[in-house]
Ligand binder design. Structure first.
Ligand code: ZN
Length: 73
C-alpha cells in the first residue's frame, strides 16, 4: 500500500498556521530575501528591507505598499 505523506494537509480558510514548507519557499517580494515568520503577531518580517507583511485569514499579504515599516533601521 503506497503511502501519501504529502496529502492530508489542506490549507484551511480559518487562518491556520503557516507551515514550515510554505515558509521555506516564501521570499520577500522586494529583495527576494528570506522572511522571518512571527507566529505570535501573524506577520512575515523581512530584516533586510525592514518590512512586515501581515497575514490575513491565513494568507500572507505581500503588497509592499501595504507592508508595515519597522522602525529603527
Ligand atoms: Zn526584503
Amino acid at each position: 500500500m503506497p503511502k501519501e505523506p504529502e496529502q492530508g494537509q489542506k490549507a484551511g480558510t480559518d487562518g491556520g498556521p503557516i507551515s514550515d514548507r510554505l515558509l521555506a519557499i516564501l521570499v520577500c517580494p522586494q529583495c527576494r530575501g528570506d522572511l522571518e515568520y512571527d507566529r505570535t503577531a501573524q506577520k512575515f518580517t523581512c530584516p533586510r528591507c525592514g518590512l512586515r507583511y501581515p497575514i490575513v485569514n491565513g494568507v500572507p499579504n505581500f503588497l509592499i505598499e501595504e507592508a508595515e515599516r519597522i522602525e529603527g533601521r
